[in-house]
Design a protein around this ligand. Sequence first.
Ligand SMILES: *Cc1c(COP(=O)(O)O)cnc(C)c1O
Length: 360
Amino acid sequence: MRVYNFSAGPAVLPEEVLKKAASELCEHGGSGQSVMEMSHRSKEYEVIHNECIALLREVLAVPDNYKVLFIQGGAHMQFDMIPLNLMQKGKADFAVTGQWAGKAYSEAANYGTANLIASSKDKTFSYIPELDKSKFSPDADYFHICENNTIFGTKFRKLPETGDVPLVSDMSSCILSEPVDVSKYGLIYACAQKNMGPSGVTVVIIREDLIRDLADVKPHVPVMLRYKTYVDNNSLYNTPPTYTIYMCKLVLEWIKEKGGLAAMKAHNEKKAAVLYDVIDSSQMFSNPVVKTDRSMMNVTFVTGNEELDKKFIKEAKEAGFVNLGGHRSVGGMRASIYNAMPLEGVQALAQFIKKFESEN
Ligand SMILES: *Cc1c(COP(=O)(O)O)cnc(C)c1O
């Protein structure tokens, strides 16, 4: 029996997608092979690869002057690739709203000047700080944000107005959850294992003017860490994670069939409301995040008593609600409710929360 899986990532995938993948596991199309067995240079694989890119462009409405790349190394490797490729003048601005944003900031500091524009560390990252425009560097190579803070359950509702400075966004845990205006960004990156597919690939969407030939200016940057390598080779310079890309394609087909990102947004808003409502009306549970900054994808909550939190997580697991423990750095509870989490799963969890409260 499948459980309701609230993992932050790798996370729940649509059951229809898993079934479709299972039906094609041993033989894809008329190829006589599993996708896992195909050469990445074969015609059969090329079709899957290009369809995945085309679907992502379509679903996310990616403008023509952006490239979509598939890179390995997770979102973590982007913390280095971004400064290595984008720092020309050697300066970038950062809003530090959690652990991932903090890592992007500290990695970038190894390559140039990383300016801390704002941080919400003072209150355990429970809010999105106001960004004072007078502190922005007009000559920065980019401005980095982590749009949805997976660990702390916060989300930027309003993007910083950075003018001509390209906005770079870590969208690992919110990509494909709602429509976005890609043209507002210079670069978007997201690892797949939250809302796009299994782990193994990171999608980078980069505006063409930010793709630079580093061969002359920064010859020390490894070929595998240059965006241009991926652009010039359609992300097939070396062997990409072919099966993960195939799974992402199935997820994108599923999103499209469900009505695209507008439908995902409606579905996700409904789920988040169910969960926040039950937490807000509880005497036992509370959500530590400033209301206007709440994430639609990662809902954090606590009882205020560690023992009781543990008891909740244990009993929830026994009742078929798994992976509800908060990130190891913060404790408490976290329900990640990505696209693939059905409304029924969230409603059942809300019922369980009420029941646990009445019994304890
Ligand atoms: C999960 C996550 C990461 C880390 O991703 P890896 O693929 O493990 O490197 C970075 N940023 C955000 C916002 C995340 O949710």
